[in-house]
Design a protein around this ligand. Sequence first.
Ligand SMILES: [Zn+2]
Length: 353
Amino acid sequence: MVKIQREPLMEVLPRPQPKAELHLHLDCCVSYACVAALRPGTSLAEYLRDYVAPAKCANLVDFLTRPTRIVQLMQTPRALRLVTDDLFAQLVADNVAYAEIRFAPLLHTAGGMRPERVVEEVETAVAQASDATGVRASVILCTLRHFDADASMATARLAAARLDGGVVTGFDLAGDEAGFGLDAHVAAFRHAREHGVRITAHAGESRGADGVNDVLDRLGPERIGHGVRSIEDERTVERLIAGGVHLEVCPTSNVQTMGRLVPSYADHPVDRLRSAGISLSISTDARTVANVTLDREYERLRRAFGWTADDLARCNLAAVQASFTDATLRQELVRMFTSPACPPGPPAKIAAP
Ligand SMILES: [Zn+2]
């Protein structure tokens, strides 16, 4: 029996600047308390073994076994609401002002919910949590690499049908990049684009720059999830810059999944991608599976590459400018992020080291 550690002492520190992140999986951000509520009897040791990835995974597929277990717990409306509320509590603690949250609705039908109901439940949970916490958010629906063309198109249709609700804004391709190609997804992405859904897609993580070029050629994304292996090919870097394609970079998650290609944080190409002139921002990808926060990610960037507070502020602004939200909220966020004074509100409580 593992004894649950006490919460660390809390101390009140000056409120840090607000942050934004664009790449965040709902099924990768579930705290121990939330898993224990959904699966009573789960010990902390089981949680750390089955739901949190080690600092170095064998590969992306190994990493993805953790969210697969979390998805199994997210098959009822109650579970979707609990997981959403749990994520917003994490965003508040990390002083995130705006987040784009993504998930694959077709993975949540094992308990009898139809995909439309799944999306409605998450939309409602996100809207209510946003009202309750002040954290602004929108939702991106994911199709997955191993889905067939019908499943991919069904997800694209869902995204297009929910655009008027104002919560769902985007469509993404996630999953096993190295194991599956794009043939099953081209029509779905065309449908989404033609109906005004904003487009991002995972690429350049477990495949090289050719994977990024494939996605650019065939899916027409405005942003790329990760895209970090673009650095392997100068022409791909130039293409991203010329096309104004924004990279959603998640360094800690990449160190976990990219093996020898990124042996340590200091080897991550994020600094070289930024120096090359690519528009990019920093996200956590998987807050609990990767055991990371944006605060921690920023601290690692400071230590590894000497990034300053101004550099990080520019990343946040780039995130807002590349976000899929409407122009009104985008302008509000730009004002918040460029204000010399911290926004009004109580000092944030931060765990003492
Ligand atoms: Zn991702």
